[in-house]
Write a protein that binds this ligand. Sequence first.
Ligand code: NAD
Length: 474
Amino acid sequence: MSQELTNLIDGVWQDTTEHVDVLNPVDGSVVGRIGYGGLEHAQAAADAAAAALPAWGGTPARVRADLLHRAAELISARAEEIGLLLAREAGKRLPEAVGEVRFSAEYFRWFAEEVRRPHGAVHPQEAQERRHLTFRRPAGVVASLTPWNFPCSIPARKLAPALAAGCTVVARVSEQAPLAATELVRCLTDAGMPPGTVNLVHGAPAEITGAFLDHPAVRVVSFTGSTPVGRKIMSQASSRVVRPLLELGGNAAFIVFDDADLDAAVTGAMLAKFRNTGQSCIGANRFFVHASVHDDFVARFSAAVDAMSIGDGLASPVPDLAACIDHRRVRAVNGLVEEALDAGAKKVTRDFSLPEGAFCAPSILVDVPDRVGLATEEVFGPAAGIFRFEDEEEVLQRANATEMGLAGYFYTRDQARIWRVGEQLDVGITGINNALPTVAFAPMGGTKQSGLGREGGSLGLEEFEETRYLSIGI
Ligand code: NAD
């Protein structure tokens, strides 16, 4: 990739005067460099998006779909190369990084197909001389704001539906892992997206975001990140009544009922907890295990954790657990573990010797008091607290006793319970005997303080559209 031409404004890759190195969390080596833009770059990007909107919004859906398909092909063709960059900048395991890039292409494919479906309706007439119909139009310029944990697939989940809907986009990506996302955007321009349809500006978070939100053409802000920053974005968006789509933090319960297939539950727990080194918004955060299977589950889960290898995500053979994004994240996770141990919890996994770099040992704690951070906060790392429960009603009450409502998981063989608990877990996404619910066609999003709106699926397209109603006298 180009070391300097990292900002895209009106179809032109540009340099800026300030440059920031992107560091590998494993060894601190420089992976790449991005140009930091400022207010004037953000405003120019939004101007370009505004200018491109009428033509792109008026482009036939078939043509938009063809371009998105072409972009998907380029992303897939470059998956190894972009995945390597992603693994290096975010410390990820290489297969997970390459998988993330391939999954990003899937969003472009799916929305290219979805946008060709008919939408709108002719409603029953109220009177002989009137007809009523509704149809959908692009909502306007979209500001896309994304975090570092899935720095390629999260921007893809916003750009693909926004562009499919006929919106133009101004994007800012996390300064901690901006390189793969920049290459994702390069696939879009290389696929032939017209100048101004997609723009990318790196830079200081509040400054760039503020300039996007102040621009009169920006009508939707789609943000993924923490709940505190989401609140700020929502409040800023309110001043111009910009539509907020917010994908925020989680605190997922992972419930193991007494009739669960314990082998499947342990496999699921490993995936739901340790995928992406635990840095996943839908990652399992609190494990509730029925008292009758508690000790058995804990023994199997901790044996699986004790067998984990830890190391550089680029090493061969690929380790089971890679680095965290930075030392700050490692300290935050270790702090939650120490707090729980001080409050009486017990660690049931072994001590690991860790390589140099931003590594965090995986750990499982039992007898965790309900009030400590390991229970109440989003851990966002490879530590798991296990809580014992006695009955379904009690566990539902405890699982729902949080202001977050992004994801939840449960394992059971009882069909009636699948419906009961599936309906009562107060979350947007539930994995039932399944630890990996993320697919391009499903609506992802949360309840309560986990966010507003849905991403993915046909709802994810509608979030970038306005419904228009025509009442026609004939
Ligand atoms: P974060 O909120 O700190 O940052 C997210 C993005 O916002 C980054 O690009 C950051 O640079 C930017 N930002 C930070 N402060 C800002 C400000 N004042 N104004 C404007 N932008 C600002 O989150 P993070 O640490 O990058 O990501 C982890 C969080 O994201 C976790 O809470 C996680 O649950 C959440 N997340 C949610 C989902 C989801 O789909 N719900 C997906 C992934 C991550």
